[in-house]
Design a binder for this molecule. Structure first.
Ligand SMILES: Cc1cc2nc3c(=O)[nH]c(=O)nc-3n(C[C@H](O)[C@H](O)[C@H](O)COP(=O)(O)OP(=O)(O)OC[C@H]3O[C@@H](n4cnc5c(N)ncnc54)[C@H](O)[C@@H]3O)c2cc1C
Length: 365
């Protein structure tokens, strides 16, 4: 491709991974046409990508596997994402509002009792996935489940049977390679109409495959609905679950059934009872470096954005952004998958405050 410099995984290591800017969204792995990249598990057979210092040494010994095609580099949102370009592409203009473009705001709740009981907030993320699958608007959904051993490690999951949706509920405050889930839905499951739930960094990864001059656009083009989550940062698994919960507070990660983090507090539940309430400041030093400079709280490029802030407990705040998001949400309400009420002015004000804070300072708590 003319005008595009030759790049390799080594450049991605130098510019993104080693300086700690990698969000582990998984877009580079999904875009590698040689299947040479892998997120670090046990095996060192392929090019490694993860947030451990040893990565560079391991990389050196397997550098020869890279074909230097540059797809990993040119699909990395840390390098190629451009908010203005993406907003113009989706909405026609760059939003002046700190919440990004949105059409309507609601507080909403899943009507399915099992989904609601098992939810982080009001279960709207899961109710929307259920609606799109059962009504064949999509033929696969991609979300994040957690492993049992070790407990709470996030893992992207492709779901085609709505019965399995309960397995992905609740928030994991650790990074997840959701874009690898989209690629797995495409190539392992051979599904081309996908609904996906994702944090802002993961959504930026998907959008980069569309707007980059060397974008691997099959990823973006297969996605029919982006359900974006509000996000105020993630923590490395070992820091949150081992150092903070297990060692500092004596809480076994496998006993935890929910964690709730707002800008002030972390609350940890065991057997649905509050086990620990601590100030978020205690987690400050553990916040991932890549999250510190993220300016997007409300997930500006999703079709619908969901969060807890602004709504009462057991309800999800919903910002409808695109026409397709509006249609799907309103049909899901009409078909009684979801019940919804307009969001209060006070609720909207709270989201705006946080969005403004993150936009101006990143996360500095
Ligand atoms: C890392 C993170 C930080 C967040 N921070 C805030 C915040 O500060 N303020 C706020 O108002 N809301 C925040 N949210 C959103 C909020 O916690 C809920 O996810 C949202 O309100 C939807 O709730 P629900 O009951 O509708 O979802 P549920 O029905 O419980 O479904 C949850 C969905 O979230 C997905 N998910 C969980 N963890 C991840 C992850 N790491 N990456 C990608 N997808 C994931 C699951 O796959 C599932 O589809 C955050 C979410 C995440 C993932």
């Amino acid at each position: 491709m003319s005008g595009i410099k030759e790049k390799s995984f080594s450049d991605l290591m130098n510019e993104v991974v080693t300086p700690g800017l990698c969000t582990v969204c998984g877009t580079c792995v999904a875009a590698c046409p040689y299947n040479a990249l892998i997120l670090r598990e046990e095996s060192f057979k392929r090019l490694e990508l993860y947030e451990l210092e040893v990565t560079r040494d391991i990389y050196k010994s397997i550098e020869h596997l890279c074909e230097k095609c540059g797809f990993c580099y040119y699909n990395c949102p840390e390098i190629m994402f451009n908010l203005e370009k993406a907003e113009k592409e989706e909405f026609g203009t760059v939003a002046k509002d700190e919440l990004g473009h949105f059409l309507k705001a609601y507080m909403a709740q899943a009507t399915d009792k099992k989904i609601l009981k098992n939810a982080q907030c009001g279960g709207v993320a899961t109710a929307l996935l259920k609606y799109t699958l059962e009504n064949k608007l999509v033929n696969a959904t991609v979300a994040v489940t957690s492993t049992e051993h070790p407990a709470w490690k996030p893992k992207p999951m492709v779901i085609t049977d709505p019965k399995n949706l309960l397995k992905v509920q609740k928030t994991k405050y650790t990074p997840a390679a959701t874009v690898i889930g989209v690629s797995s839905a495409l190539y392992e499951w051979v599904r081309f109409r996908i609904a996906v739930v994702a944090t802002p960094c993961q959504v930026r990864g998907m959008w980069t495959t569309k707007i980059s001059p060397k974008g691997y656009s099959k990823i973006f083009n297969s996605i029919k609905l982006i359900i974006g989550l509000f996000c105020y940062g993630t923590y490395p698994y070992n820091d949150l679950f081992i150092k903070f919960l297990a060692k500092k507070h004596g809480i076994n990660p496998s006993s935890v059934n929910k964690i709730d983090l707002d800008t002030e507090k972390i609350r940890v539940y065991v057997d649905n009872e509050l086990e620990l309430e601590a100030h978020r400041r205690q987690l400050r030093k553990h916040l991932r470096k890549s999250c510190r400079h993220c300016r997007d709280f409300t997930n500006r490029l999703a079709d619908v954005s969901l969060g807890g802030v602004g709504s009462p407990e057991k309800w999800t705040t919903v910002l409808i952004r695109t026409e397709r998001g509006r249609k799907i949400f309103e049909y899901a309400v009409k078909e009684r998958y979801i019940k919804a009420k307009p969001l209060s002015d006070g609720g909207l004000r709270k989201i705006r405050e946080l969005a403004r804070l993150k936009l101006s300072e990143g996360i500095s708590d």
